[in-house]
Design a binder for this molecule. Structure first.
Ligand code: LAC
Ligand code: ZN
Length: 294
C-alpha cells in the first residue's frame, strides 16, 4: 500500500482511515481485517539525537527497536540544512544543541511504565554515544520541550517554502538501503542541479523520505524549477532501481498519474483500471486522481 505516514504525533498507530487516505478515494478493497486493541500508552519518551550520517541513524534505529521491544513510534531524520532553514524562517525556534551537527533524529517511544522505558532508551543511547554511533542526545524534560523538538521537525516544509520552494520527491526504499540511497540521490541531485540545496528528511522509521531540492537563495527561480521534470525522472528511476515507491506518503494524486503509468507494471496498472471501472463505472469517486482519465 502506498500512502502510510510515519508522522503520528498522537501515537494512535495506523487505522483504516490511513489506508483510505493512501487510496485517495479511488481504489480500496479490504477483504479481511484483524483488529487488535492496545491500552493507550501512559508513558512517552521523546529524544532529539545528533549524528554523523544516515548510516549511523539506521544503526541507531535497529538498536532502539531492540532496546525498546518495538515500542518506537517515531523516528524522523533531518539534515542540518533543514534545521538551518527552520531557524532562519520560523519564529520561536532554537538550535537544540550548543554546536551544529550534520544529521538529527527525532524519536519517540511509548510504554505503560515510564521508568522502565526511560531506562531502556537512556541505556541504549549512552552505549550508542560511547560507541560513536551518535554524537549527542537531548531527552525532552517537559511537554514544552517536547513541543519545541516537534516544532523543529514539523516546520521543515514551511521553512522550505519560505526559503523559495523546492523540487520535491516523496519516495521510499527498504530501510537497509536508505543510507546508500541518500548518498546516491544527493549526488544525483547535485549533478543535475549544482546550485540546488538538497533537503532530504522524513520518516526513516518507515523507510520514507522527502527528498527535496531547494531553490538557490539567489538566482533564477524559473530556470531552477524548469529542471523539475528531468530531476523527477532521474530520482524516480533511481528509486525504481532500489525497488522503492515513487509516492511513499502523499499518494499519486493528479501530478503523478503519468509517473504511475511509467513505473507501474502494465499488468498491475490495467488491473487497477479494471477494478476502478467495476467499482466506479461513472467515474464519480475522486475523478482524475491516480488513474489518468482516458
Ligand atoms: C512532512 C510532510 C511534508 O513529513 O509529509 O513534513
Ligand atoms: Zn511526510
Amino acid at each position: 500500500l502506498d500512502g502510510l505516514s510515519g508522522l503520528r504525533k498522537d501515537n494512535t498507530g495506523y487505522d483504516l482511515r490511513d489506508l483510505f487516505i493512501g487510496a485517495e478515494g479511488t481504489l480500496g478493497v479490504i477483504t479481511a481485517a484483524t483488529v487488535k486493541l492496545f491500552p493507550l500508552p501512559r508513558a512517552r519518551v521523546t529524544v532529539l539525537v545528533s549524528l554523523r550520517d544516515p548510516e549511523a541513524a539506521v544503526e541507531l534505529l535497529s538498536r532502539l527497536r531492540a532496546a525498546s521491544s518495538d515500542r518506537l513510534v517515531t523516528f524522523e531524520l533531518m539534515p542540518r540544512i533543514a534545521i538551518d532553514l527552520v531557524l532562519q524562517h520560523i519564529p520561536n525556534t532554537a538550535d537544540p544543541f550548543a554546536a551544529p551537527h550534520p544529521w538529527y533524529v527525532l524519536l519517540e517511544a511509548t510504554a505503560q511504565h515510564a521508568d522502565a522505558l526511560q531506562e531502556d532508551i537512556a541505556r541504549a543511547l549512552a552505549l550508542a554515544q560511547e560507541q560513536d554511533v551518535i554524537r549527542d542526545a537531548a531527552l525532552a524534560q517537559s511537554e514544552s520541550q517536547r513541543e519545541m523538538f516537534w516544532r523543529l521537525r514539523e516546520s521543515v516544509p514551511e521553512a522550505q517554502t519560505r526559503a523559495g520552494g523546492s523540487i520535491k520527491h516523496d519516495v521510499s526504499v527498504a530501510i537497509s538501503d536508505i543510507a546508500a540511497f541518500i548518498r546516491r540521490g544527493t549526488a544525483l541531485c547535485l549533478q543535475q542541479i549544482p546550485e540546488g540545496r538538497v533537503v532530504c528528511y522524513g520518516h526513516l522509521g518507515d523507510g520514507s523520505l522527502h527528498f527535496n531540492v531547494n531553490a538557490p537563495e539567489h538566482g533564477d527561480r524559473n530556470a531552477f524549477f524548469a529542471q523539475a521534470p528531468a530531476l523527477n525522472r532521474a530520482m524516480h528511476d533511481l528509486t525504481r532501481e532500489y525497488r522503492g515507491s515513487i509516492s511513499a506518503e502523499h499518494g499519486i494524486g493528479q501530478l503523478k498519474t503519468q509517473e504511475l503509468a511509467r513505473y507501474k507494471h502494465p499488468v498491475a496498472l490495467s488491473l487497477m483500471q479494471t477494478l476502478k471501472k467495476a467499482l466506479d463505472p461513472n467515474g464519480v469517486m475522486n475523478p482524475g486522481k491516480v488513474i489518468a482519465a482516458r
